[in-house]
Ligand binder design. Structure first.
Ligand SMILES: [Zn+2]
Length: 489
């Protein structure tokens, strides 16, 4: 037997001005595609050969340009057609939050799964492992046999879940039976910062999902938070429960409804966790904190969720306030022109320039006079860390503020990245990063965290984002008494 495999990760924020081109994707073909999936041994140990197509991973970004998507689609669908006679099952690592400029379906996953199902027919097993921040619909789920997303946000269980779904697909390929997921789509639409798995109600929902999976009638179960950064009729949360055998369907429907009801009754608990406030409050709170290191996250310009890293709002707020002698690092601000300017200087040189691309009020330039402290590398990635650009840290004269200037939207979340820039995170009392909730690797390093509710492409107050195409009423944009499913299957 052979399994066809493909990977597409793209989280597409339409409020980011630049579309993603094919050169922005990490692309892997052939054996390198298989290795990037982290499931080779599971299929090979089961005696199942692997037919690779494409591994395409995009850092959270703007919408995907149509030409880039056309290339990805032609590669995946072309390989599928070319190997159709050899294939017994399909394994997809599809994120679920893609948006393609000019594609009627908007969602690349919806388009690709529809086309793949058309090509292979209605009976071939297709398994899809998703990010919980992907959108599912009855249309999508109805074309799949196994759907399961990660439990944890931040996503510490990505590889574990990818391997779990691979093992489940092996089971289905070796013991063929009709398998059709049950889905209940909920009129709840919240961002990742309101659905952290360490907090309620996600902690209880995940416990219910784990308990449900202990029952042999439940092949898998998951809660899909959904994605809210582009307008589409597919937005909203969902509970998906996959029956092990056809006769388990009624039980799985009960499980899906029980978990849906819990999420609905506890919807008011989908709120920000920890400390948060307006930009000025966040700076005041971090300055008032005695100890180090305090972290302020610039949540409206979250580079980990597609923010461009252009916004200078918090830098201006820091310059305006009395920092009581505290040392601050702003990591960082993406301004390619300023970065190129600084590249001409040596460490210790006096520099004078405008920082901020001036695309809008949020990225308004700030005049900086100071000293180039250190030049280094902008690094990204965990484990396989790689250089993605330049970084220059400038000490702003007479302020105690250092600002990291970069030439792309890097999110500073690991100690290795700060070292790559030439500084130590713990040398500062306060560090500002382009992030929403605090990332896994920053948590143990941080003594105090506050999330600044800044405006920008990743604004946290989703009530303020204008939507035209979504289901209404939708919580928290609207409030209503009873739970009415958007759709079900
Ligand atoms: Zn996610």
């Amino acid at each position: 037997m052979n399994v066809f495999v493909a990977h597409l990760t793209a989280e597409c924020n339409e409020h980011v001005s630049k579309d993603a081109e094919i050169g922005d994707f990490l692309l892997r073909y052939g054996d390198a595609c298989i290795d990037a999936l982290d499931v080779r041994d599971i299929f090979e140990d089961a005696g199942i050969g692997i037919v690779p197509s494409l591994f395409a991973a995009l850092h959270p970004s703007g919408m995907i340009a149509r030409e880039a998507f056309d290339y990805i689609a032609s590669k995946i669908l072309g390989e599928l057609k070319g190997h159709l006679s050899e294939i017994d099952g399909i394994y997809l690592q599809f994120h679920g939050a893609s948006g393609v400029r000019g594609l009627e379906a908007v969602s690349a996953e919806h388009y690709l799964v529809q086309r793949m199902r058309d090509i292979v027919g209605v009976h071939m097993p297709i398994a899809m492992v998703m990010d919980p921040h992907g959108n599912v619909t009855a249309e999508l789920v109805g074309r799949l046999n196994i759907v399961r997303c990660y439990r944890e946000s931040p996503h510490i269980d990505t590889v574990e879940t990818e391997r779990l779904v691979a093992r489940k697909l092996v089971d289905l390929m070796q013991h063929r039976r009709p398998m059709h997921p049950v889905m209940r789509k909920l009129p709840i639409m919240v961002g990742g910062e309101r659905s952290v798995s360490a907090m309620e109600p996600m902690r209880s929902i995940n416990r219910m999902l784990d308990e449900a999976e202990q029952d042999p009638r439940v092949f898998s179960s998951s809660y899909h938070v959904g994605y809210i950064r582009h307008d589409d009729d597919k937005l909203g949360a969902a509970v998906v429960v996959v029956p092990n055998r056809p006769e388990d369907r009624a039980h799985c429907a009960e499980v899906a409804e029980e978990i849906s009801a819990y999420a609905w009754e506890h919807r008011h608990e989908f709120t920000f966790t920890g400390n948060f406030g307006e930009p000025d409050e966040s700076v005041r709170d971090a300055v008032a904190f005695e100890g180090k290191t305090a972290v302020i996250t610039d949540s409206g310009d979250n580079c980990g969720a597609g923010g461009a890293g252009h916004n200078t709002v918090l830098l201006r707020e820091l310059l305006a306030q009395d920092l009581r002698g505290k040392s601050v690092l702003v990591a960082g601000i993406n301004d390619p022109a300023a970065c190129a300017y600084l590249g001409a200087f040596g460490e210790g040189d006096a520099v004078s320039f405008d920082l901020g691309v001036g695309e809008d009020e949020l990225s308004a330039p700030v005049h900086i006079s100071g000293t180039l402290k250190v030049s280094g590398d902008a690094l990204m990635g965990l484990g396989r860390i790689r250089r993605v650009g330049d970084s220059h840290i400038v000490s702003i004269g007479g302020t105690g503020i250092d600002v990291l200037v970069m030439d792309r939207n890097v999110q500073y979340g690991t100690m290795e990245q700060f070292k790559g820039a030439g500084v130590d995170f713990h040398d500062y009392d306060i560090v500002v990063v382009k992030m929403g909730y605090l990332d896994t690797y920053l948590i143990p390093e941080t003594a105090y965290h506050t999330m600044a509710l800044t405006n920008g492409p990743t604004i946290q107050r989703s009530e303020n984002i204008p939507f035209k195409r979504i289901f209404r009423p939708m919580w928290p944009l609207d409030d209503m008494d009873g739970l009415v499913y958007i759709e079900q299957c």
